[in-house]
Write a protein that binds this ligand. Structure first.
Ligand SMILES: NC(=O)c1ccc[n+]([C@@H]2O[C@H](COP(=O)([O-])OP(=O)(O)OC[C@H]3O[C@@H](n4cnc5c(N)ncnc54)[C@H](O)[C@@H]3O)[C@@H](O)[C@H]2O)c1
Length: 258
């Protein structure tokens, strides 16, 4: 017996798909046959990934909008949807323009204005996109929602308190949504990531610090976008109809719990 994952005929929206983890997810869902809505805040990034998918023989459309803007989200989902699959990937641990390393500070030192940035994209963004996509999924009696969160939301981590709080909120949202819409054949799960080697940061962590980080991972490397894409593919496929409301750690064994 051969098991294949075929998403032909499904339409998927991947937020923040213009680079890094989201790009990897978008490319993989398209390779499995889905038509992918490539969302990003940055027009050029969304366009480049949509072109890359088309060049590889897949189907994609650009969906440029800011997930923090409810009107923009609703307008785009109405224009480009309906979607059978939503992957809430857009998120950041700091300001998107600078990659925000300067936003990573102890909670007590953090500028209060930075909080709304973290909560805006990592929690409200997920609420907006999920809220906009759900009515069509309910109408269709089926759908798959996956939200990318962070292990910092489960284990806590210094210097990312507001980010971790927003990610924990997003995972909580998935659990409640899963309870509300399971009877419509819709699943909603979160993937909780350890450190992913996805995007070059302007002020990337020092090599020495990186070595120390990797030594704490039983699988001695950082994750790759493909690691995230393959678990996402399983969660949005027909292989996982009874898996819902879960926060699945994907971290090379960095954190383990019952
Ligand atoms: N990279 C890691 O080590 C890591 C670890 C844990 C969790 N995560 C999570 O994984 C996801 C992807 O991370 P990444 O490293 O690929 O990020 P990234 O910063 O490389 O890419 C994020 C993309 O999202 C887009 N984006 C940002 N704000 C947006 C908005 N408001 N609306 C639409 N698009 C927006 C950006 O333009 C960018 O292209 C994020 O949710 C992040 O919090 C990443």
């Amino acid at each position: 017996m051969t098991i294949t994952i075929d998403l032909t005929g499904r339409r998927a929206l991947v937020t923040g798909a213009g680079q890094g983890v989201g790009r990897g997810i978008a490319m993989t869902l398209a390779a499995a046959g889905a038509e992918v809505g490539v969302n990003d805040l940055v027009t050029d990034r969304a366009g480049a990934v949509a072109e890359e998918i088309a060049a590889a023989g897949g189907a994609a459309h650009e969906a440029v909008f800011d997930v923090t803007d409810w009107d923009a989200v609703q307008g785009a989902v109405t224009a480009h949807g309906p979607y059978d699959i939503v992957v809430n990937n857009a998120g950041n641990a700091g300001r998107p323009d600078t990659m925000g390393m300067e936003d990573l500070q102890p909670f007590i030192d953090q500028d209060l204005a930075a909080w709304s940035g973290f909560v805006g994209v990592n929690l409200f963004g997920v609420m907006h996109v999920t809220r906009a996509a759900l009515p069509a999924m309910i109408e269709a009696s089926g759908g798959k929602i996956v939200t990318i969160v962070s292990d910092s939301a489960r284990t806590g981590d210094a210097n990312v308190a507001a980010y971790a709080a927003a990610k924990a909120g997003a995972a909580g949202l998935m659990r409640s949504v899963a309870r509300e819409v399971g009877r419509h054949g819709i699943t909603a799960n979160s993937i909780s990531l350890g450190s992913i080697n996805a995007t070059e940061r302007p002020q990337e962590v020092e090599q020495e610090e990186l070595g120390r980080l990797i030594s704490r991972y039983p699988i001695r490397r950082r994750g790759l976008p493909s690691d995230v894409a393959h678990l996402t593919l399983f969660l949005v496929s027909d292989l996982s109809p009874w898996l819902t409301g879960q926060t699945i750690p994907l971290n090379g064994g960095y954190s383990m719990a019952l």
